[in-house]
Design a protein around this ligand. Structure first.
Ligand code: ZN
Length: 360
């Protein structure tokens, strides 16, 4: 169903009437809008900036046991049904996840996608990634940019038996990868959990730091100066720590990293960093609100935490939204103001994507 006009109340308390034509908001002067949603708080929807739509769990992603297509369709639906209208997919085992881009835009969230993940041989789950050593990295990035992907996802470090997490690439190799990606209109995201990798990645010009457990305040300044992004995925990292053996070096590393995140996260937006919320398969598709609460728990203000799954993400992905004529008719309404209680982000009352009502 596609209504012709809606009457909404924004998060600032303003009431407005919006017409809807061909999936876009238009000016409207109708006396009685078709749908009165003023009892709810209207937003432009949620954004998940680190998801993997080709799988529903880490285990499933690693084994690749389930056919990507049907799983992917269900995951996209789960995101939409939770009011998540923008999803950044941070890479897959199977490049066919990129077929999601072929779906009608009203039938899926806006997508920003990496294709197959790139790592060194031995530098990720076995047989998962495009495996290349540093010298061959630029060529692999160039090749990956030729398809429909707009992101390149690198695995920056990975644990080795008896040594712990070590970087997969050196700074110069990362710098070359970034240069090739940028000259092909792609951006680069990097998985980092080891202590040395985030600083190296920031110095090399990587666009988005995933996890980034050991970023420093200086890194944040440099990343913020060029408008870079950080997707801490704190709930996923807590989940990972809980899976590791108590007293193990891996668990200690993650917990030390999370303590570091807690000490620097609150100041990151002020440094200019786009701090973004991501579910990363530890949370269900659609549950990005749980990560928002997690970011708040780790020191991000309520306003910045909410922005991590809304405005900051839309702006970072070059898709700023507004409830105004000319904008895509995307609308997600909550029973109360999220800034008065973030938990409501998990309970949208009304969802519309490109003028199509998904849930009311
Ligand atoms: Zn991930």
């Amino acid at each position: 169903m596609a209504p012709g006009s809606v009457h909404v109340r924004t998060i600032d308390g303003d009431e407005l009437v919006l017409g809807i034509e061909s999936g876009v908001f238009v000016d409207s002067d109708v006396a009685r809008p078709e749908m009165d949603l003023r009892h709810l708080v209207a937003t432009c929807g949620l954004a998940d900036s680190h998801a993997h739509i080709g799988a529903t769990s880490v285990g499933e992603m690693v084994t690749g046991e389930v056919a990507a297509k049907s799983v992917m369709d269900l995951n996209l639906e789960a995101q939409l049904n939770a009011g998540v209208l923008l999803v950044a997919d941070k890479g897959a085992r199977d490049p066919s996840t990129l077929d999601a881009l072929l779906r009608d835009e009203a039938e899926r969230p806006e997508l920003h996608m990496a294709g197959r993940i790139i790592a060194t041989p031995g530098g990720y789950y076995e047989g998962f990634a495009i495996e290349v050593d540093g010298p061959a990295l630029p060529e692999a990035v160039e090749e990956a940019c030729r398809g429909p992907a707009t992101w390149i996802k690198l695995i920056g470090d990975w644990p080795r038996r008896g040594i712990g997490a070590v970087p997969n690439y050196i700074e110069d190799e990362l710098r070359s990868a970034v240069a090739v990606a940028h000259s092909n209109d792609c951006r680069v995201a990097i998985h980092t959990a080891a202590p040395e990798t985030p600083s190296m990645a920031v110095a090399a010009g990587v666009d988005s730091i995933e996890h980034g457990l050991f970023l420093t305040r200086d890194d944040l300044k440099e990343l913020g100066r060029r408008g870079g992004a950080w997707v801490p995925t704190v709930v996923a990292m807590e989940g990972l720590a809980a899976q590791l053996k108590e007293g193990s070096s891996g668990r200690r590393l993650i917990n030390d990293g999370l303590a570091n995140v807690a000490s620097i996260l609150g100041g990151a937006p002020e440094a200019g960093v786009a701090v973004l919320a991501g579910t990363d398969l530890h949370l269900a598709h659609g549950d990005v609100g749980v990560e928002v609460a997690g970011l708040n728990r780790y020191g991000l203000s309520v306003t910045d935490a909410q922005a991590a799954a809304t405005e900051s993400a839309f702006r970072y992905f070059g898709s700023p939204r507004k409830l105004a004529a000319g904008a895509p008719a995307d609308l997600v309404c909550f029973p109360s103001n999220p800034l008065a209680g973030l938990a409501v982000l998990g309970r949208p009352s009304f969802i519309m994507r490109r003028g199509r009502v998904i849930h009311r």
